[in-house]
Write a protein that binds this ligand. Structure first.
Ligand SMILES: Cc1ncc(COP(=O)(O)O)c(C=O)c1O
Length: 595
């Protein structure tokens, strides 16, 4: 009994301590109830269920404890034992209520089993994740392979059912192997469909999937905040027309091409007109121009009152053929205009020799030639004078605009006067610094650039080098990729020539394909690739044919090329993968329609 007494004393002490602890805990619980931030949420177990579970758990434990206590006292069912049992029961119920199950699993299966089930689920999920990663990786590899073969992935309804993607997410959502196998079968069906219906060689115009989802423009301007700020600066400056910005732009351009004079003009066309005027070309004179060019080259001659005489161009290059130019010289010929087509320089050494031998002026139509070089010199310094274009799609743009460069002081003076009404002082010198008498000293035109445009051009000058590098890189990539495309020949330049890569024309070997150039243009557009044509020879235009009497058959190289040429997109922001898409589109078309 002595042992029992000691045990009871220990139990009493234990109960006293437990009461103290309970009181302390009840205080903490009251605090928690008062402060919502301290409440412990149990995910997935509703509050009512939690209470029931706690109750059941507490009752079971309390019962066990009461029985143990009764056994300890040695008097089963005795009054004191029953009282002690009631106290223990109340204590355990309170304790159990304080214990909140952590999850639905713990609620239903007890803590130990819930932990086992959690571990098992962890292993299963890891295995499922690893399987999903393997399948997704295989899918990625397959897609990369399809991309390399030019097959496009596309969701389609396969035999009346929507094909489900065999994706990691799809796999995770599914349960077990059946789902995986079903997904694999669906993927196989899709692969079969793609190979049959969407074969890599089938052009979009024949029902294939376009190489691109969206249209790649033929040209994309690359103007940014520098240009915006420059234009805003002029708008706020109080001086809008030809003024200090034009002077700065002229100085910068003169340095760029290393010319003696640079004079801003409203366009390349007006610049050509001013040059011919300065060269003394007028009524009754003739000027030789290439048959393959933009109409502006010949129009400038007509504006000057002279007659354009066409000369054929070099095969594969499409710049003026020096031999044809020499053959076109007559007693009234006053000048030769050479066009640096697409950015490749014309055969300037030969032309300079011919011009010198016949006392002719040699003029460069440098509309495409910002960045063009020929045997160590920039376009703009290769003849007596040159006219550049800053039209919207040019390598440097002022929206519309131009620049004349010349080595001749007398021509520069005449051009400055003639470009602005024939006045002896131009607008930049009639600024706010006070009035000066001005006088009309010659016939003039209104061919000046304004300061808004000049500011736009100036803002691009620092970027020009990087743009040029990128253009040339694109040009090289096109050439490398097109080497494997049958019947497509990029334009070439002369020995010692460096292209500005302004345009990238190719010549199609139309004898090798069953469709004409215009159908190829359509087919490229169907692939979402923007295209252009540079150019159709002048004798093919109604005005030059009907009004001026030029005949296509007299210029076989230029007119022949007119039916075979097309230009591919080239601009500094064109990406390498876009270049590859363009080539893939052209390749698919010429191979599909090969004879
Ligand atoms: C060869 C050629 N010359 C002249 C011009 C006329 O240029 P602008 O529009 O600046 O007058 C162009 C236009 O692109 C052209 O391609």
């Amino acid at each position: 009994m002595g042992g029992d007494g000691a045990a009871r004393a220990a139990l009493r002490a234990h109960l006293a301590l437990a009461r103290l602890a309970l009181r302390a805990r009840a205080g903490a619980r009251a605090d928690r109830r008062a402060d919502p931030r301290l409440r412990r949420p149990v995910q997935g177990v509703p509050a009512r269920g939690r209470r029931r579970a706690a109750h059941a758990l507490g009752a079971r434990q309390a019962d066990l404890s009461a029985r143990a206590l009764a056994g300890l006292s040695g008097r089963r069912g005795g009054r004191r034992a029953r009282a002690a049992s009631r106290r223990r029961l109340a204590l355990h119920v309170r304790r159990a209520r304080a214990h909140q199950p952590r999850s639905r699993d713990e609620l239903h299966h007890g803590a130990a089993r819930a932990a086992r089930r959690r571990r098992a689920r962890g292993r299963g999920a890891r295995r499922a994740r690893a399987r999903a990663v393997r399948v997704a990786r295989a899918g990625r590899l397959a897609r990369a392979g399809r991309r390399a073969r030019g097959v496009r992935a596309r969701r389609r309804v396969v035999r009346g059912r929507r094909a489900r993607p065999l994706s990691r997410a799809g796999l995770q959502a599914g349960r077990g192997h059946d789902r995986v196998r079903a997904a694999a079968r669906a993927a196989a069906r899709r692969r079969r469909w793609r190979i049959e219906v969407n074969a890599p060689g089938r052009p979009a115009c024949e029902g294939g999937t376009p190489i691109r989802d969206t249209l790649l423009p033929f040209f994309r301007p690359a103007l940014g905040t520098e240009e915006e700020e420059a234009v805003l600066g002029v708008l706020r400056s109080g001086w809008l027309t030809t003024g200090p910005q034009c002077e700065r732009f002229e100085a910068a351009f003169q340095k760029l091409v290393d010319a003696r004079h640079a004079i801003t003009t409203s366009s390349c066309t007006t610049g050509l007109h001013l040059i011919l005027h300065a060269a003394g070309v007028g009524a009754g004179d003739e000027v030789i121009v290439p048959a393959m060019t933009f109409p502006a080259t010949a129009n400038a001659v007509l504006h000057a009152g002279a007659l354009p005489v066409l000369a054929d161009v070099l095969p594969g290059r499409l710049t003026i053929d020096p031999a044809a130019a020499r053959a076109a010289i007559g007693p009234r010929t006053r000048a030769i205009v050479a066009v640096h087509l697409a950015g490749w320089p014309a055969e300037m050494d030969a032309l300079r020799e011919i011009a010198a031998a016949h006392g002719l002026a040699l003029v460069e139509d440098a509309a495409h030639a910002i960045g063009t070089r020929y045997r160590g010199r920039s376009a703009g310094t290769l003849g007596d004078a040159a006219s550049f274009s800053f039209y919207a799609n040019k390598n440097l743009t002022t929206c519309e605009g131009g620049m004349v460069t010349t080595e001749r002081d007398d021509w520069a003076r005449r051009i400055r006067v003639a470009r602005l009404h024939g006045l002896d002082v131009d607008a930049s010198r009639r600024d706010g610094r006070g009035y000066r008498h001005w006088e009309a000293v010659a016939l003039g035109w209104k061919y000046n650039l304004n300061d808004l445009q000049a500011a736009l051009g100036l803002a691009q000058m620092p970027k020009l080098g990087a743009w040029q590098t990128r253009r040339v890189a694109i040009d090289r990539r096109y050439r490398a990729r097109l080497a494997d495309v049958p019947g497509v020949e990029p334009l070439r330049g002369p020995d010692g020539g460096e292209t500005s890569a302004h345009i990238f024309p190719v010549l199609l070997d139309t004898a090798r394909i069953r469709i004409d150039r215009d159908a190829v243009l359509e087919a490229l557009l169907a692939e979402n690739v923007g295209v252009g044509v540079h150019y159709r020879a002048l004798p093919l235009h109604r005005f030059f044919r009907d009004d001026l009497g030029f005949r296509a058959e007299d210029f076989p190289v230029a007119t022949g090329a007119s039916h075979r040429t097309l230009s591919l997109p080239i601009f500094p922001t064109l990406r390498d993968d876009e270049v590859d898409q363009v080539v893939a589109a052209l390749d698919r078309i010429v191979r599909f329609y090969a004879r």
